[in-house]
Design a protein around this ligand. Structure first.
Ligand code: ADP
Ligand code: MG
Length: 251
């Protein structure tokens, strides 16, 4: 792997006396797709949020591109502006879509570029239409979220994240809240992004998707990385008994 795009080292996170991440080391190469799997409560969301410092770690280091922060051991906490810049390099998609209900699909996608990036409205609209096209929703630009299916809402949410022109996309169970028949259309958009070379970290329970689309699969349990390897190897022939036991729930 060439120089990693994201690198975390000896990452630790506690909530009160609950130690959630114990000493996590992980690298994500430029253009690489990493699927993060593991039982509920194992720390997947916390790890994903530490990657863009939405959750501030208690110890260790987080690097994305040129920017690197260390935590604990007396290190000064990053300032608000430094954090905002760091987070702006990532797009995040959550289980809940969190679209603005009183804005159309187009306006939802335009919001970030106009408000945060101070992009001219005309330019933002062009970008937003292009991105709605990319997620297959050109014809829904003027619809309000209440008129969209869950899968369509999630695709708007992906377009909205892409509108900030992130270097990395983070997905936290993006399809878990969807009716089963709508999962495929969202996974297809994620697969297309991966094929374009987007760097992605995907928390998912879609094991078949992880196997087919991810380059690597990382299995997390109790805040520790148990296994990290090529996607097919981890899914089809896990080295660790704990990984095998976890995966057995999906067959
Ligand atoms: P996963 O995404 O794998 O289900 P999480 O990272 O959400 O796991 O949670 C791991 C542990 O951290 C759980 O015990 C959870 O209760 C705890 N936790 C997560 N976020 C917070 C928070 N903001 N405050 C307190 N505890 C939290
Ligand atoms: Mg989670």
């Amino acid at each position: 792997m060439s120089e990693a795009m994201i690198e975390v080292a000896a990452l630790q996170k506690r909530f009160g006396d609950n130690t959630v991440l114990r000493s996590v080391d992980m690298k994500v190469g430029r253009g690489e797709v990493v699927a993060l799997i593991g039982p509920s409560g194992s720390g997947k969301s916390t790890l994903l949020r530490c990657l863009n410092l939405l959750v501030v770690p208690d110890g260790g280091a987080v690097r994305m591109g040129e920017r690197r922060f260390t935590f604990g051991g007396g290190a000064a906490l990053p300032g608000t502006q430094a954090l905002a810049k760091f987070r702006a390099a990532t797009g995040m998609v959550f289980q809940q879509f969190n679209l603005f209900p009183h804005k159309t699909a187009l306006e939802n996608v335009m919001e970030g570029p106009v408000v945060v990036r101070r992009m001219a409205r005309g330019e933002a609209e062009t970008l937003a239409r292009e991105l709605l096209g990319k997620v297959g929703l050109s014809d829904k630009a003027d619809q309000y979220p209440s008129r969209l299916s869950g899968g369509q809402k999630q695709r708007v949410a992906i377009a909205r994240a892409l509108a900030m022109q992130p270097e990395v996309m983070l997905f936290d169970e993006a399809t878990s809240a969807l009716d089963p028949e709508l999962v495929g259309e969202v996974l297809a958009v994620m697969q297309a992004l991966a094929a374009e070379g987007m760097t992605m970290v995907i928390v998912t329970h879609e094991v078949a998707f992880a196997r087919d689309v991810a380059d690597r699969v990382v299995f997390l349990r109790d805040g520790i990385i148990i296994e990290d390897g090529p996607a097919r190897q981890v899914i089809d022939a896990p080295r660790e008994e704990a990984t095998r036991a976890f995966l057995s729930h999906f067959h």
